[in-house]
Ligand binder design. Sequence first.
Ligand SMILES: Cc1cc2nc3c(=O)[nH]c(=O)nc-3n(C[C@H](O)[C@H](O)[C@H](O)COP(=O)(O)OP(=O)(O)OC[C@H]3O[C@@H](n4cnc5c(N)ncnc54)[C@H](O)[C@@H]3O)c2cc1C
Length: 388
Amino acid sequence: MNQKSDLIIIGGGVIGSSIAYHLLKDGFQGDITIFEKDPVYEFAATPRSAGGIRQLFTTEINVKISRYSLQKYKTFPEDMAVGGEKAKIDFKQRGYLFLAEHETLSELEKQAKLQQKYGVPSELLTPEELKNIIPEVNTHDLTGGLYCAEDGYLDPYSVMQGYVKKVKELGGQYVQDEIYSVNKEKGHVTGVVTKDGMIYSAPIVINSAGAWAQIISENSGYPLPIVPLKRQIIQYDIAEPLEKPLPLTVDPTGVYFRHEGDSLITGYSEKVKPGIDFTWKRSFFEETLWPILANRVPNFERAKIISGWAGMYSHNTKDQNAIIGEHPELKGYYLACGFSGHGMQQAPAVGQGLAELIINGRYETINLSPLKFERFKTNELVIEGAVV
Ligand SMILES: Cc1cc2nc3c(=O)[nH]c(=O)nc-3n(C[C@H](O)[C@H](O)[C@H](O)COP(=O)(O)OP(=O)(O)OC[C@H]3O[C@@H](n4cnc5c(N)ncnc54)[C@H](O)[C@@H]3O)c2cc1C
């Protein structure tokens, strides 16, 4: 292959592929090469995600990003059609629901007001109203919930493949190789070097390597506040089906659950030591998740594990939000990583924003600059109150 490109993207998961798509759609002039070390994406976060798409955030920037992205997911099948074939992403707008125990309704009201200011149709529900959404839910310890009917969940792998196919159609090139670091000269990025020492040159390099983004950046002399954090998901069946399809529901304990076909999936951000680890344990369900699930919905008492998996959050240790934009110390080196648990629902807006920044030198659709790397030095952290 040509060892020169006009733009290199490291990591072809949902974020890297969305960026490539938006650059090509918006008329980026030049060749785009996406380096992906694992063409089947076995360990990437994207296919291991729960696919939750919500607008229920507590910071202006995250509300705007997720509102924009949700609208894009609605037209995704048509937008990503290749050769007349639509991209099927199984987007189920069944709602997203945070159940509240200790929070007062006034705190939820404040969150809802911010969301509604940006057009999000979020609603505060009383314990009685929660029963309209999940008739079987146990509300004895709940003060209410925050609900958005427009939200829901989708198939993350299909979203990623939708972008990949469209990128290829538009002329982007995926190359299977593992990048070790970025190269530089006089404060400007000059390309990348692979694990085997091959050099590829480009004046623009984007690091969207997910949980591995920090390793590449550190190898290049630009460490990032990102660690890989293991997150487990367990799929289970229940003996007595629920009356209605579930929204993606988050219990006050942080345990979340939703339907996956006729079965269910559940997960929880347990405290773990940072590090790559793809093991999952039945005992995680039996000891940690199941007691909470069975208390919340009596039908979950008779549950049978079908399978499970673990995936890696690209966890930003400073404020659990994405790091987006050009690195202040290296011209042409762009970051799109650290998405923690909300990269799926941010991918369309981030792709659009970075494409604008690279092509036009400024954000146009949404100002993503609150997520710039510099915020760690100026102490302008983006503290998000609704992290799952
Ligand atoms: C269990 C779990 C549940 C989640 N649930 C949700 C949810 O409900 N909603 C939501 O919005 N988000 C969720 N997330 C987060 C979401 O999945 C991620 O934020 C998102 O998928 C990140 O996409 P990415 O492209 O940055 O990373 P990835 O999908 O990990 O892609 C990065 C790619 O970079 C490649 N790569 C790495 N290093 C190199 C290298 N050196 N050279 C070349 N290629 C490299 C990898 O192979 C990988 O394919 C969840 C994550 C997990 C783990």
